[in-house]
Design a protein around this ligand. Structure first.
Ligand SMILES: Cc1ncc(COP(=O)(O)O)c(C=O)c1O
Length: 382
């Protein structure tokens, strides 16, 4: 069998740069040492940089779902009312977690291909003056939709007792997320996304308003108790054994991001997304997310009529070594998703479009071969 080179083009896990992998190959160090305290200090400053905030940023050894659960148990009491605006799988998960802990959910449900509307949140807050929180996904990975968290924050800012919780798990490091300037109370991310790390770390930023919510919260919590983590972070420690190796990797990844500069990182993602979109449209495919709300983390695309997206994904992976992902839930086998957040450059996109064209040709789709590559190249050249 000939060697097949692999290309990971999914919206998480994402590829890890060699510099980061090398750092993580170092022998393990003990976490209760001055050496590791310096590492934690650096990690906190790095996270504040990438979250664009001066708020506390707490670090957990968990996947993203852990900090989603943590946000609920730290901000609320059983029976509290929260508004969940959802237009995809991860918004659905936010609702489920809130209900699991006995919250009353005001459910603002949209189609997956629609953007959440800030005006609906404003109306829901007026209709439910007892609401204590608004929960929204900034970059919905299942649909590629970018939700207007800045506009939503302008509304929640008017309510002293309402915290805005933002799942930016595929937003941070891929799209603009100005935590302080926009007034986002709780922002979450996971390591296997824009941070260019393996899975296993998650981070959350907590505003003063969110700390006030934490003071009144009575929901049970132990590992995800923010206050324990804040206390330990103040002493450059973590309350429990941290994911030492991943945190060493985090600091190296952030070194690369700082060298590029956050604005340039976001601009690179925007360019990659634009080339991907232009490429797939040039071969007659339709984008899933609406034009007004397309994020730069992932590009979901409708499969051509009569062709299962699962088949496209399967051929690309099996025959060409390029892993993209199928749609989820109701969109399984109807859309495919090309991830481009984190350690990606123009030639990853060109390679993926080439594999896509080859798979589509094998499946009998009629289009002008090479058109997606030419279109993407033109975007990169412009
Ligand atoms: C937007 C979003 N929220 C939440 C999650 C859940 O994160 P995890 O799978 O790391 O628990 C993901 C993961 O894909 C995501 O993309």
């Amino acid at each position: 069998m000939s060697l097949q080179k692999k290309y990971l083009m999914t919206p998480g896990p994402t590829p890890v740069p060699a510099e980061v992998l090398l750092k993580m190959a170092a022998p393990i160090i003990h976490h209760r040492t001055p050496e590791f305290e310096a590492v934690i200090k650096e990690a906190e400053a790095n996270l504040q940089y990438v979250f664009d905030t001066k708020n506390d940023v707490l670090l957990f050894a968990s996947s993203g779902t852990g900090v989603m659960e943590g946000a609920i148990v730290n901000c609320f009491c059983a029976g509290d009312t929260v508004i969940v605006a959802r237009n995809g799988k991860f918004g659905d998960r936010q609702k489920l977690i809130a209900q699991t802990y006995g919250l009353q959910v005001i459910d603002l449900q949209y189609e997956w291909y629609e953007q959440v509307k800030a005006a609906d949140i404003e109306a829901a807050l007026k209709a439910h003056p007892d609401a204590r929180g608004v929960i929204v996904t900034q970059s919905e990975t299942s649909s590629g939709v970018l939700n207007p968290v800045r506009d939503i924050a302008a509304i929640t800012a008017e309510y002293e007792d309402v915290v805005l919780i933002v799942d930016s798990i595929t937003g941070i490091g891929a799209v603009e997320c100005r935590t302080d300037e926009w007034g986002l109370d709780v922002v979450m991310t996971g390591s296997q996304k824009g941070l260019m790390l393996p899975p296993g770390l998650a981070a959350v930023s907590v505003s003063e308003k969110a700390w006030r919510a934490a003071d009144r919260s009575t929901l049970p919590k132990f590992y995800f108790d923010w206050k324990k983590h804040r206390k330990a972070m103040k002493e450059s420690m973590t309350p429990y054994t941290p994911a030492v190796t991943l945190i060493l990797g985090l600091n190296e990844a952030l070194k690369l991001m700082r060298e590029e500069g956050l604005e340039a990182v976001i601009a690179r993602h925007s360019l990659l997304a634009s080339a991907t979109r232009t490429g797939v449209e040039a071969i007659g495919l339709k984008l899933f997310a609406p034009p007004e709300g397309r994020g730069s983390a992932v590009t979901p695309v409708w499969a051509p009529d009569g062709i299962s997206s699962g088949k496209i994904v399967g051929i690309m992976k099996r025959e060409y070594g390029v892993t993209i992902t199928n749609g989820q839930d109701a969109y399984k086998d109807r859309i495919f998703r090309i991830g481009h957040l984190g350690y990606f450059g123009p030639f990853d996109i060109i390679t993926t479009l080439t594999a896509l064209e080859m798979a589509l040709t094998q499946l009998g789709y009629d289009f002008e071969q090479g058109a997606s590559i030419r279109a993407a190249e033109a975007v990169f050249l412009s």
